[in-house]
Design a protein around this ligand. Structure first.
Ligand code: PGA
Length: 254
């Protein structure tokens, strides 16, 4: 937690879900009740194919919907890609950029991630930029160096419009059931906070810093209570409303 910052619990469905899964969005929307809304914001980033429908399901609630990637350009000959305007048009208010799976599967560099972030922010989207070290980098004691470089290269120098959010996701913790210790998370998040304040001044104190990687209802309270952890980016446990709401409920106890 950071005093004065409202936490964000964000789900990332990755390449999971069809229209048969929309009931989970409905249940999340209903379960995200007034008590939770007072404490946190909640978002689910669904596959692009579901964004319009999911946004319609959540239309009358406070659950936000978003996409998992975007193209940096506004339109043109980019087969298979989607633009930030398309995300907004489909009802999305957010986009994840630079997830480690995109960096690994599609060779996205931090420079490419920054261009996408600029596009997302320029469209007014809440733009979640992901960074994080691999297992090898952690074992080599390079975690903070990696975070420093990824922050420097993946984030825009300035922006207008949307909200910039940064997610720390150790690659080795994603989908593995492994998590860093609370002390390790605290160290990484304090480091990121200091880097952001060094770069942006006071604005850096207001940027939400999410932790992601095997967050579950059972460990959410401990991880979300860590200083400078302003929410979670949740993969596997965001597919079921009961799990995502279980993570959100940790905030009722912190
Ligand atoms: P996980 O994924 O919660 O399944 O570990 C997190 C993420 O990749 O955002």
């Amino acid at each position: 937690m950071t005093p004065g910052i409202k936490p964000l619990v964000a789900g990332n469905w990755k390449m999971n879900g069809t229209s048969a899964s929309l009931g989970e969005i409905g249940a999340m929307n209903t379960g995200f009740d007034a008590g939770l809304q007072q404490k946190i914001d909640m978002l689910v980033c669904v596959p692009a194919t579901l964004l319009f429908q999911a946004s319609e399901v959540a239309r009358n609630g406070r659950l936000q919907t978003g996409a998992q990637d975007c193209h940096a350009r506004s339109s043109g000959a980019h087969t298979g890609d989607i633009s930030v305007a398309m995300i907004a048009d489909a009802g999305g208010s957010a986009v994840i950029v630079g997830h480690s799976e995109r960096r690994a599967d599609h060779g996205e560099t931090s420079e490419a991630v920054r261009e996408k972030a600029v596009a997302g922010l320029g469209e007014g989207l809440q733009t979640i930029v992901c960074i994080g070290e691999t297992e090898e980098e952690r074992k080599g004691g390079k975690t903070l160096d990696v975070l420093k470089e990824q922050l420097a290269l993946s984030l825009p120098d300035q922006w207008q419009g949307g909200e910039l959010v940064v997610a720390y996701e150790p690659v080795w913790a994603i989908g593995t059931g492994l998590t860093p210790t609370a002390d390790d998370v605290a160290e990484a998040h304090a480091f990121m906070r200091a880097e952001l304040v060094g770069r942006y001044g006071e604005i850096g104190n207001a940027i939400r810093l999410l932790y992601g990687g095997s967050v579950k209802p059972g460990n959410a309270k401990e991880l979300m209570a860590v200083a400078n952890v302003d929410g979670a980016l949740v993969g596997g446990a965001s597919l079921k409303a009961a799990d995502l709401l279980g993570i959100a409920a940790a905030y009722l106890e912190i």
